[in-house]
Structures are given as C-alpha cells and as structure tokens.
Design a protein around this ligand. Structure first.
Ligand SMILES: [Zn+2]
Length: 426
C-alpha cells in the first residue's frame, strides 16, 4: 500500500464471468454513487503482462472500458446545420427538438460526415433515437422510418463553405486510425476556421476570460486579425467597445498578461497543427526540448519519434515549412509570449545504442515493431524506418525483406534478435 486513495468497489476478478458479475453489481450501485459513471474499467492485474500487451495509439491493450448501455430517447431532427471546424472541415450537425436523455436536455448531435448520414438513412424531419455516447456526447443511433409522414427532406452537403462561400473540397483524412473523406473549406483564410483556431489557442494559453463570443466580437470590431494580436491588446482598446465595462476590460487584459508565459508542449498544442493534440505535443516537447529544434527538424527525425505516425509527422513538417506559420510564431514572440524551458525527462543516453541509428526489418519474436521502436529510443538510440549508409545497425528478424539486402549492400552492421536484445539490455 503506497497510500494512494483507491475506490472501495475495486475488485480482482479471476474469470470473465466474475467480470460480468462485477459490472452488473456496479450497474445496480450506480444510482447511489456520489458521482456519475458510465461503466467500469477492466484491467490486467500484472504489470509485466500489461507492458507486454502494448499500446494501440494511446490506448493500452491491458485496460478496457466496459461501459453500461447508454440511456436513450426519441426525438425529431428539425434541421441539419453545417459547422466549420478548426481545420476548415464542414461537419453536419443535427438540430433536434429538445429531449431529455439521462437527466440532460439534448438539442444537437454531430453527424460527423455525409457517410454517417447515409449510413443512418437520415432525412430532415425524421424521428430518431438518440443516446449520450459514454453518457456524455449526444449521438443519433437510429432512424425510425415508420414514423415518416412523407414530408421529410433529403439532406445534401453544401458545395461551398457556409461561412465564406469558398468551394468545399473533398479530402482524405485519417483520425485515430480511421480513414474517411471530409469536406474542407478551400479558403486558407476562412473566417470560421480562423475563429476556431483563435478559440483553440486562447484555451491552450488558458486565458479563460475570453470566451468564443468575446473573441468573435474582437474580430468583428477589427481589434484582432489573428491570435498574435490578442497579446498586444490594451485596456483602452476594449473600454471603447459598446457594452464593455472597465472592470471586464481590466480582467481580460490582466488575464492575457498573466498567461503569456507558456511551456513548450502547450505552445505546440496552441498552434493548432493538424493531427497534433496534447499528447503528441508533449512527445514533441520531450524530444526536441526547444521550438528552434522542432522548426528545423527533418521529416525523418519527426517520424522517428515513438507514438508519432507518418501522417502526423508530415503535417508537422509541412507546418514549419510554411513561411506564414513561421511569421505567425515570430509575431507571438514579439508580442511578449515567452516559452518556458520544459523539464520533460528524456531517457538518459547511456546505453550501447546511444546516438546510433537503428532500424528493424522483418518480425521479431520477443516484441512488436512499436515496442522495438520504444526500446531503441529508451536506450538512447534513434529509430530509423529506412536504411541508408548512415544507419548504424539493422536488426534482422523473421522473413527480413529488402531492407536487409540493402543493409548488406551498404555495409551496415546487421544484428540478429539476440544481439539486439543484448545491446538494449533486455
Ligand atoms: Zn470557409
């Protein structure tokens, strides 16, 4: 016992039946609990096995949420609106007749994309079953075609952005391992996109006195054109606005000033780079340690960081190749934004592969590709996905492919799995 508070209901189960019974027991207790829950978590109770099971994306295989069935209700979809997101993505949102689900009144549900509308077979005016996914996010789960009157209308995604009128383009996207197409506003300076980016940045800087409405107002009044302008706002600028008191102007300015210092990970997150969320920003801050190094990084280097996939690496690399983005960052710094030196612990670079470029070809018996990548990094080495004459070691596993032939041709040292485990001290 290390003194951490644990939940008194926690239980070790020996069989799947016991797990089911436990969930059933908690479901019955649910109403009496002093907090909201949406299920239980089943976790492997052995740290070694937990580690061996590995991680998919950010989710460990050794722990899963075993959720309760969500509460449902029926209502009518009165309208489908288009929302423009931070990346300019056009998302259809169902506007529904207010209905209570699990104690909360629901009026909107995201429909994600056109494919989802087709999958549901949803028309405007349809009666639908809604639930709160994970008991939080409203979701349309089913359309009830028998309730149709014949007045329902088929919905079509717009061909232009509803905010700026630019052409909407279909793009391939991959999010959380799921691939699909999305409609994106083709205007790089779309006001809706800008506003969402502004909101995102203000949140990352934790300037909570400026909500979406105030931001929109600042923009409409011409006080700001982009986020860098927020940091140069003065009290006098705000006091001049209609219905804007001296007190709230003061609050906002002091809140801005007290949040100008930000750590590197939060700053990276604040930039709102496509595919780069909080976790990725932390990984990047830990790896690079400074914004300068991240800006100068090659695609290969970004791609070699554990947990960072090709699409994310490309998005990051492209972002910092764009002069407008570099100018924007420069303006933030000029406006007084200061990056705090972060103290993310990097693995000590002392192991034999320290500073060496290591690649793997074929299948290893003792670990997955992702685990090998992490092990190389932990030992202070650099993971490479392709072989060049600068590669120090290539580890050849079962059915090694062209990478092995290339390594041999280039005279790169080839290790078998046992030699590899030796140098990473496993
Ligand atoms: Zn637009």
């Amino acid at each position: 016992m290390l003194g951490f508070p644990t939940d008194k209901h926690t239980q070790v189960c020996g069989t799947l039946d016991e797990v089911n019974n436990f969930r059933e027991k908690i479901l019955n207790l649910r109403q009496q609990l002093p907090y909201e829950i949406d299920g239980v978590v089943v976790q492997v109770n052995d740290r070694e096995i937990f580690k061996r099971l590995g991680v998919v994306g950010k989710a460990p295989r050794g722990a899963i949420a075993f959720k309760f069935a969500a509460k449902k209700a029926t209502t009518v979809v009165e309208e489908i609106k288009i929302q423009v997101g931070r990346q300019g993505n056009l998302t259809p949102v169902a506007v529904m007749r207010p209905v209570e689900v699990g104690g909360v009144t629901i009026t909107h549900a995201s429909l994600h994309n056109e494919d989802e509308i087709k999958r549901l077979g949803l028309k405007i005016g349809d009666t639908v079953v809604v639930q709160r996914a994970g008991d939080v996010i409203p979701q349309i789960v089913e359309v009830l075609p028998k309730m149709r009157s014949g007045k329902e209308k088929t919905f079509h995604m717009p061909t232009v952005c509803p905010v700026c009128g630019f052409k909407a383009e279909r793009q391939m996207i991959s999010e959380g391992g799921e691939k699909g197409t999305a409609l994106i506003c083709s205007n790089r300076r779309c006001p809706a996109k800008d506003l969402k980016q502004l909101e995102h940045l203000v949140n990352a800087f934790e300037i909570y006195t400026i909500g979406p409405k105030i931001l929109a107002r600042f923009k409409d009044e011409g006080l700001i054109t982009d986020a860098a302008d927020i940091f140069t706002l003065k009290k006098e600028d705000l006091v001049g606005l209609e219905r804007f008191g001296e007190k709230s102007a003061e609050n906002i300015i002091s809140s801005i000033n007290s949040h100008k210092i930000i750590n590197l990970a939060k700053f990276i997150q604040a930039l709102g780079i496509l595919h780069v969320g909080e976790e990725t920003a932390i990984d990047l801050a830990a790896h690079f340690g400074s914004l300068e190094k991240l800006k100068a990084a090659s695609f290969e280097e970004i791609d070699s960081i554990p947990n960072i996939g090709g699409a994310v690496a490309k998005s990051l690399y492209d972002y910092f190749q764009d002069k407008r983005h570099l100018d924007f960052i420069e303006r933030l710094i000029q406006a007084g934004v200061k990056l705090q030196v972060t103290s993310y612990k990097l693995p000590a670079k002392t192991g034999p592969p320290a500073g060496k470029k290591v690649g793997v070809t074929g299948m290893l018996e003792s670990m997955s590709r992702e685990e090998a990548k992490a092990a190389v990094r932990e030992a202070g080495g650099d993971w490479v996905s392709s072989v060049s004459k600068n590669t120090d070691y290539v580890v050849a596993g079962e059915s090694a492919g062209s990478k092995l032939a290339k390594a041999k041709a280039l005279g790169v040292r080839v290790l078998n799995e046992k030699q590899f485990l030796d140098i990473i001290k496993r």
